[in-house]
Design a protein around this ligand. Sequence first.
Ligand code: LMR
Length: 295
Amino acid sequence: MSPLVSALNLYDIANVKGVAADLSHCNTPSQVQDFTGASELGNCLKGVNVVVIPAGVPRKPGMTRDDLFNINANIVKTLVEAVADNCPDAFIHIISNPVNSTVPIAAEVLKQKGVYDPKKLFGVTTLDVVRANTFVAQKKNLKLIDVDVPVVGGHAGITILPLLSKTKPSVNFTNEEVEQLTVRIQNAGTEVVEAKAGAGSATLSMAYAAARFVESSLRALDGDGDVYECSFVQSDLTDLPFFASRIKLGRKGIEALIPSDLSGISEYEEKALEALKPELKASIEKGIAFVQKQP
Ligand code: LMR
């Protein structure tokens, strides 16, 4: 539906034709094309500006995102190899879980191929911001359109850290509200997994959030100088090599990491930030080791 999308190439290992035919009937300017199976992957990717990777298996109740590692790591690796070969300059949006590991996997693959540009590789954490904004607006009876909560760290359990003290417009929360909202935002993915009772994880809110991040990327590529989003990216804001924070997007990808959200945070957030680091570090290292260990 975005006027910024001129062409939409859809790829999967099966069932793409129907989805593409369906979408192509919408009276929007974008041209929809379908590509099925490994032999058509290269042609799907040639010339594209933004690649969105939501592929892989979803969680079932009782699973963590890391439980998906064994299947999804290989899927992401294969797709990113094809991106490296066919559209190395594209922005790459990684949605496939565990994002805390799949983004480092993608980085290693791109490094091995000699085309890694850390400014163009993004773990999509927009859904955490979308959820934080929704839950805060509900709790505090605010107009949703005005609410903006930065979410930093990673995209799994306690690594998801909403900085409620940095909510705009400025809001006062009791300690109890902070605890309750933080835990709800951290467990929101699991809330959906449990409600779906074995039929997968969030798809519609995820699509909404992914579309927002794509739209922001396309605006940045078009030269809009005022595009900010949170994303899990290569970072020097903490001692971890990858970290989600607010970033400024430009024509060449990340123009700047925004450190100001991390200064002057509450004591609760300081502690949560320290507490998330060991888990996030382990997930990042697991992703890197997965690629480096391959013959
Ligand atoms: C989400 O946050 O909804 C996604 O990461 C999917 C999941 O497994 O929770």
